[in-house]
Design a protein around this ligand. Structure first.
Ligand code: ADP
Ligand code: MG
Length: 252
């Protein structure tokens, strides 16, 4: 049996005339923490959304643990072991941090958020929510409401909500965006800690300094195409990768 947890084979996504993802191949093994980088517009978020089922590709296959995901609705993919911490955080503002995580607990609930609001939260789920919030460093603000918290905390809350699904594969879409370098490196440390505990993670990130610091392996996409994959330092020395980033800076 293959050790691959995630297999992406020849994926293409078009939005009208725009080819956001172009014949992309990529795979990830259990236990890995892989950084996924590329200039703005490279198709990173779109590829992530094809994995979770928010976008259906026109071509190609996606497998999780050997099981074909194409055509499956989002909640089934979650049940199979996927979880995504989104680039734009969207906590439930009328619930405190614990309840935000409690509501994310339990895969059966993901089908129907409305229903889950009326199910008695079990003491077990509250315990789990507290533990997760402590793990992500929010042990001090368990009862605070999201709108009173700075972005750095909300990014951690988003990670706790994603972890509440007990994912086989945790997808993180720019968790460090908007954070200062100190906050970013502390959240980077948390990502490493989660990985060391056995969590497989695919990390989309713009903060190259942090990606190079925390990820052994890096996958690069540019203009919808797979550009490079390998050991972090080798990838950063790759001429195509350098050119892709320099090209972006010139146009920025
Ligand atoms: N829903 C959409 N409709 C139309 N075009 C889109 C949509 N989502 C993304 N795109 C386009 O696809 C390309 C890749 O975008 P995206 O996946 O967000 O890149 P990245 O996350 O790497 O910055 C961009 O040209 C973007 O404008
Ligand atoms: Mg993006």
């Amino acid at each position: 049996m293959s050790k691959k947890l995630l297999e992406i084979e020849n994926i293409t996504v078009r939005f009208g005339g725009v080819i956001a993802v172009n014949k992309v191949n990529f795979s990830l093994e259990k236990g890995e923490l892989v950084g996924f980088i590329g200039p703005n517009g490279a198709g990173k978020t779109t590829l992530m959304k094809t994995i979770t089922g928010m976008v259906e590709p026109q071509e190609g296959k996606i497998l999780l643990n050997g099981e074909l995901l194409n055509g499956k609705p989002i909640h089934e993919r979650i049940n199979l072991g996927l979880s995504l911490a989104q680039q734009i955080v969207s906590p439930l503002n009328s619930f405190n941090c614990i309840d935000n995580v409690v509501l994310a607990c339990g895969k059966n609930k993901t089908k129907n958020l409305f229903k889950s609001l009326f199910i008695n939260e079990t003491a077990e789920e509250e315990k789990k929510a507290k533990e997760l919030l402590e793990i992500v460093g929010l042990g001090e603000v368990l009862n605070e409401y999201p709108e009173t918290l700075p972005l750095g905390y909300l990014k951690r809350l988003e990670v706790a909500r994603a972890l509440a699904l007990d994912p086989l594969l945790l997808l993180l879409d720019e968790p460090l965006a908007g954070l200062n370098q100190k906050e970013a490196s502390s959240l980077g440390d948390l990502i490493v800690k989660l990985n060391e505990k056995g969590q497989t993670i695919l990390l989309i990130e713009h903060n190259l300094k942090e990606v190079i610091r925390i990820c052994k392996k890096i996958y690069v996409q540019d203009n919808g195409r797979s550009l490079a994959y390998g050991d972090a330092l080798d990838v950063m020395k790759n001429e195509d990768v350098k050119r892709a980033y320099l090209g972006t800076n010139k146009n920025a």
